[in-house]
Design a protein around this ligand. Structure first.
Ligand SMILES: [Fe+2]
Ligand SMILES: [Fe+2]
Length: 286
């Protein structure tokens, strides 16, 4: 990943979450994660749209992993003695309500940024939860989430290298999702007890997470300077690029990108194997 575990770790100063005293709050949090994992069904959509064999393989494996995570969160809810409940509206909006239109938007917004936010939240629970059984389940799951974020980052960087014009639109969409994360933070602030040792640090944690996301956008090359230094006209034009994309959606559907079933013979992975086999054949002939 472009950011290390240390860079994504918020210092809660030794404060802990108690699985008995904080049972209801932990139940609420696990139900948000549970919803996020069920949005793993969207891997099916992206598998169908995968531009190459590497991406297709990745999405098929990712779907298996996300549904293992569904079981993980159900297990954690059982350990907490809490029940599966509906997720908050903003969580549903951020994870499934604004599903992107293209592969490039998906890898940047949902995998690098979105799963990056989830990863920071999972690290925070791992670092504060006072129950080894729950921590162990989460530690196993984050290894897979790190791979999902890494794939999102790598494919965003590759997409920008081949199509630099994409940057403005990805920036516009990032501005919208950042706004959503801040909104979720504002909601949490009104709902959570301010005297709790972990929860009172939540506003600072959220600012930290947004800053982490900003660092990731800078390292991927979506941002060329921090958010605060973007002029109003840059913001407006980025939002415009993202918004005009929505209007152009129906047009784009008429000329959809080719599916893997039409392109696999030209696929880089398949080609490099074929090239290697050809070289080997020539070597044997000589
Ligand atoms: Fe997951
Ligand atoms: Fe994931």
């Amino acid at each position: 990943m472009l950011l290390s575990r240390e860079e994504m770790t918020f210092d809660f100063g030794g404060a802990r979450l108690d699985p008995r005293k904080d049972k209801a709050l932990l139940g609420w949090m696990m139900n948000q994660f549970l919803y996020g994992e069920v949005t793993g069904i969207q891997c099916g959509h992206w598998l169908y749209q995968a531009p190459d064999l590497e991406a297709a393989r990745f999405f098929s494996r990712q779907a298996v992993e996300e549904f293992q995570h569904v079981d993980n969160f159900l297990r954690i809810l059982e350990l907490l003695n809490e029940t599966p409940q509906k997720a908050h509206g903003m969580v549903r909006f951020l994870t499934s309500g604004m599903m992107p239109r293209t592969f490039e938007e998906h890898v940047c917004l949902e995998m690098a940024q979105g799963e990056g936010f989830v990863l920071a939240a999972l690290y925070a629970v791992i670092d504060t939860i006072d129950r080894p059984a729950i921590r162990d389940i989460l530690v196993r799951a984050v290894r897979q989430e790190e791979r999902h974020v890494d794939f999102g980052e790598r494919r965003t960087v590759a997409a920008l290298a081949s199509r630099p014009g994409l940057r403005r639109k990805l920036l516009g969409l990032s501005l919208v999702s950042n706004w959503g994360v801040r909104k979720l933070g504002a909601f949490m602030r009104t709902r959570l007890p301010s005297e709790h040792p972990v929860l009172k640090q939540l506003p600072a944690f959220l600012e930290f997470t947004v800053a982490t996301g900003e660092k990731r956008l800078l390292r991927m090359g979506v941002l060329d300077r921090p958010f605060a230094q973007l002029s109003l006209s840059t913001r407006m034009s980025a939002l415009g690029a993202a918004y005009l994309g929505t209007l152009a959606g129906p047009l784009r559907r008429l000329r959809r990108p080719k599916r893997l079933t039409e392109t696999y013979l030209q696929d880089p992975q398949l080609q490099s194997r074929a090239d290697a086999a050809e070289q080997e054949r020539l070597r044997v002939v000589q």
